[in-house]
Design a protein. Sequence first.
Length: 193
Amino acid sequence: MSQTKLPQITLVRHGETAWSLSGQHTGRSDIPLTPVGEAAARTLAPRLAAGAYAAVWSSPSSRAATTCALAGFGAARTIDPDLAEWDYGAYEGRTTKEILAERPGWRLFRDGCPGGETAADVGARADRVIARIRALDADLILFSSAHCLRVLAARWLGLPPEGGALLVLGTASVSVLGYEHDRSEPVLRAWNG
């Protein structure tokens, strides 16, 4: 009796930007990759080339688009607005340290951002992406930013969006969502590699 291969979803965080390096929240600002970020994105190509993907989805940001292209998937890229990074509102471009100086005890995943999104807002977008993933039922690759992908992974596992706080992602990292025994058991197959 042969076992059907279960689909896997590869998540790729964009390469380094000046703001990811400095720790500034980068939601809707379109910050390009640094030369180091571009080099790291190029190293993804041989790691990802072995995968045959039914679709390549990307956030609308140029940092995700550039990472996608340098990794060898630019021609297949489809923009998915739901993969946009968290909208940080008034906290865009600010570091956590700066925010905490004004708002002691603030936590992004718990408190959200004034004039921006809450974890529930990002979770609703993640749920739409997951519904499309499950409808395709095929191997996919997604290029986006850290907090969006963290919430997506939490929702994949059935956790509340705030569960993304437990999952850290480095720049130009590769993670894989999938299933254990069957489609009723979503799991993290690899994280932050």
